[in-house]
Design a protein around this ligand. Structure first.
Ligand SMILES: Cc1cc2nc3c(=O)[nH]c(=O)nc-3n(C[C@H](O)[C@H](O)[C@H](O)COP(=O)(O)O)c2cc1C
Length: 308
């Protein structure tokens, strides 16, 4: 006997049949006459996170929404992350009423707007009150979606794409290349200098679940640290792996000792990185000092990437 009940799966299952924690964002796009408009979205998540030529986000949207129609036409958007105070969330929910035109929504809009930092004139503005913003470009060439056009507000006829562009009569999915990440100074400094519990922005959690009367969300309370598990391997096992990576370049025991905290699954990649550095620097025996130099170089590169 299961300790669970079997709940039926229906359309919009994340809203009707689950408590599904999600972010709350306002997506800004450009209308046909070049004005910025915003719509609230939660079905937004990182998609390509590493190992590709670019990073990408994923958005699921009703294909007749202003956001989807504007993306089909102009391909640019900004994902604005808002904080959790009630006034903000009330306005977010107001902006989510389906069918309102951009003029109707933006007439008395509570938010203010400013230019983003990504290149190009044909971009929507970003929300000044957001604590972070991701400026994006829709990758319309994926899945043959470049033939999808705006203008069909009563639903699109098949054939449908599997994962990009118009994916069903009323649905659209957008793979959005990340052009720029914009961060408010307070959080920028925290990320660069080390984040403490008090440095976390107060983000709302959209529970997914809604009924005919309410959207439900939770306010931020406080960030709690949870120590990472320390599962150190032995110097012997690092030595064993290290001395098989290259026939010429070797590691001292002290150098190996610096790698005992690296999870086993990442050890070959870490060792290969050290060997590549040694080759570049004509080193045949990697010492603890060399390891410090390599780590130093890596953390500088990381900081460089973050501040770009
Ligand atoms: C908190 C919140 C989250 C929402 N998330 C989504 C979503 O992820 N996808 C979607 O299609 N609609 C979502 N909606 C509904 C849209 O906001 C609604 O369709 C709205 O009309 C879109 O605005 P737009 O037409 O200006 O793009 C959400 C609404 C709210 C209030």
């Amino acid at each position: 006997m299961s300790s669970f009940k079997d709940l039926r799966i229906v359309d919009n299952f994340y809203q009707t049949s689950l408590f599904f924690p999600m972010p709350t964002v306002l997506i800004s796009t450009l209308t046909e006459d070049g004005k910025t408009t915003i719509g609230p979205y939660s079905l937004v998540q990182p998609y390509y996170v590493a190992g590709k030529e670019y990073y990408a986000m994923l958005l699921n949207a009703r294909n007749s929404s202003n956001t989807a129609q504007n993306l089909l036409r102009n391909g640019k958007c900004a994902i604005n992350f808002v904080t959790d105070d009630r006034k903000t969330f009330k306005e977010v929910v107001r902006l989510g009423w389906p069918g309102d035109t951009p003029e109707e929504k933006m007439k008395d809009c509570f938010f203010t707007f400013e230019k983003g930092i990504a290149e190009g004139e044909d971009r929507p503005m970003v929300v000044t009150e957001a604590f972070q913003v991701i400026e994006c470009t829709w990758v319309r060439e994926l899945d043959g979606a470049d033939k999808d056009l705006p203008g069909q507000l009563e639903g699109y006829e098949p054939p449908y794409h599997d994962f990009n562009g118009i994916t069903s009569k009323f649905g659209a999915t957008f793979i959005l290349k990340i052009d720029k990440i914009l961060m408010k100074e307070k959080y920028y400094n925290a990320i660069l200098n080390g984040v403490r519990a008090k440095d976390f922005p107060h983000v709302p959690v959209d529970y997914g679940y809604r009924d005919s009367k309410n959207f439900w969300y939770a306010k931020f309370r406080r960030a709690l640290p949870e120590l990472l598990p320390i599962r150190a391997t032995t110097v012997e096992s690092v030595k064993y792996a290290a001395n098989r990576i290259d026939d010429k370049i070797k590691f001292t025991d002290e150098a190996c000792a610096k790698l005992v905290n690296v999870p086993r699954i990442f050890l070959p990649t870490a060792l290969k990185g050290c060997v590549a550095w040694a080759r570049e620097n004509n080193v045949e025996l990697i010492t603890a000092e060399h390891m410090d130099e390599i780590n130093d170089k890596r953390s500088k590169e990381k900081k460089g990437n973050k501040s770009k």
